[in-house]
Design a protein around this ligand. Structure first.
Ligand SMILES: *Cc1c(COP(=O)(O)O)cnc(C)c1O
Length: 421
């Protein structure tokens, strides 16, 4: 089925009330039929609802539907994009291990890798998303994850997913792709060999800036990569915290199963049923919105490219952009999403322009139906030092726009008056 059809129907089987809208199961817990039933659920002899920290019927529809859009096997919803990323790493690595990350990452992912993971004894090593040789140089037998974004935020580079997957597969390492900005409508990393896809659902998935959430998707047949893989003994040896379960021996998707039984159980970063329901609503229009976001962003980029005050425009849909060929290869119909950035002379000029816009809201979010303008150096990337800023492509005069669904004429007119202020 086409993605738009899956976005409307996948994962939902109507219950006895036959409601057209997916119901919100606003409940903490579920009644067991009897003690044996409870025991069977805990022992995974039967699959079913236990407690909403672990699973919930509304969240279940969101997970199944998102997995269908990505072409994956199973998904697990989390309370935020950051918790989905942390789960992907914590489910793969432990103290003493290392992960290899792209320099060009979302600000929160950078601080997670530079600072927080270090305190858990996990080392992060960095590569330039366009220099794959660096990856091979950084790999050793303690490497557990290669982590990057398909379409980077905020530097707006396109990763060569196939090339990075090939390196990960050669070494039997899991590759984790943050596909937030591209969305499965425009790009499906599993088709190019990625193992795990993570998202912030807070962006295009909700679509109207309504809720914080995340999702982690596992590709089909990931078990064949994990089985007897010496990097991932915790998937092949009995889990003492779950009465000796061996994840790769079960007929269930091992990565999301372990994330649910171990990480959701112990860390508790669960999606609320109401937020899952909002994400389901967002997904219904995701494919239509992504086309419009991309169309508007391309027109705005073409306009900015001609403006004398603009030094550089970063938008992979522009023929002049160094990522253009990659965007044509990896993105549906070459549509390159709604995120673009441009550079003006310096910090003072950027500040003046951002403050002069009226239609664009000064917000650090992206993926809203309303257009957003951000100055990364003073906000999302403020915690980084000069070298880190340079590595992730954030110049002091860089302005990022998340192009919304307003009329393109109004979007151009407002930027025009701001640039000429
Ligand atoms: C926003 C964002 C995140 C973090 O998601 P939250 O839902 O805010 O926790 C991660 N990656 C990318 C690319 C993002 O844009």
């Amino acid at each position: 089925m086409d993605l738009q059809t899956l976005a409307l129907h996948a994962g939902y089987e109507k219950d006895s009330q036959r409601t057209m809208a997916v119901p919100i199961y606003q409940t903490t817990a579920y009644e067991f039929r009897d003690v044996q039933h409870a025991a069977d659920l805990f022992a995974l002899k039967e699959l079913g609802n236990i407690y909403t920290r672990l699973n919930n019927p509304t969240t279940d529809v969101f997970e199944k539907r998102f997995a269908a859009l990505e072409g994956g096997e199973a998904a697990i919803a989390t309370s935020s994009g950051m918790s989905a990323i942390f789960f992907a790493i914590a489910n793969s690595a432990e103290a003493g291990d290392n992960i290899i990350c792209a320099n060009q990452l979302y600000g929160g992912s950078l601080t997670l890798n530079h600072h927080t993971l270090k305190r858990f004894g996990i080392e992060s090593r960095f590569f330039d998303v366009h220099d794959h040789k660096q990856i091979e140089e950084l790999i050793d037998d303690k490497t557990k994850v290669i982590f990057y974004e398909s379409l980077t935020n905020p530097s707006i580079d396109v990763a060569d997913i196939q090339a990075i997957s090939d390196i990960a597969n050669k070494h039997g390492i899991l590759s984790v792709v943050d596909n937030t900005v591209a969305t499965p409508i425009l790009c499906r990393p599993f088709e190019y060999g990625a193992d795990i896809v993570v998202h912030s659902a807070s962006k295009y998935t909700t679509g109207q800036g309504l809720a914080i959430g995340g999702i982690l998707v596992e590709r089909k047949d990931l078990v064949s990569k994990l089985k007897n893989n010496s990097r991932y003994t915790h998937f092949n040896e009995p889990d003492a915290s779950y009465h000796g379960l061996v994840y790769t021996d079960l007929p269930l998707p091992p990565f999301t199963l372990r994330a649910r039984l171990s990480l959701l159980r112990d860390l508790g970063a669960t999606s609320s049923p109401f937020n899952s329901w909002l994400f389901i609503q967002g997904m219904e229009t995701l494919s239509i919105r992504m086309k419009e976001h991309s169309k508007n962003a391309l027109e705005l980029a073409l306009y900015l490219e001609k403006h004398p005050k603009v030094k550089k425009v970063n938008y992979p849909g522009l023929k002049s952009n160094s990522n253009y060929a990659l965007s044509q290869k990896y993105f549906q119909d070459g549509l390159a999403s709604g995120l673009l950035s441009f550079e003006v002379s310096d910090l003072a000029e950027a500040t003046k322009i951002v403050d002069a816009t009226k239609l664009y809201s000064l917000v650090v979010n992206i993926g809203d139906s309303k257009s957003i303008i951000t100055h990364p150096a003073s906000t999302t990337h403020q915690q980084l030092n000069d070298k880190e800023l340079k590595n992730c492509g954030v110049a002091p005069g860089l302005i990022r726009i998340s192009c919304g669904l307003e009329s393109i004429n109004d979007l151009i007119a407002d930027l025009e008056q701001a640039l000429n202020c």
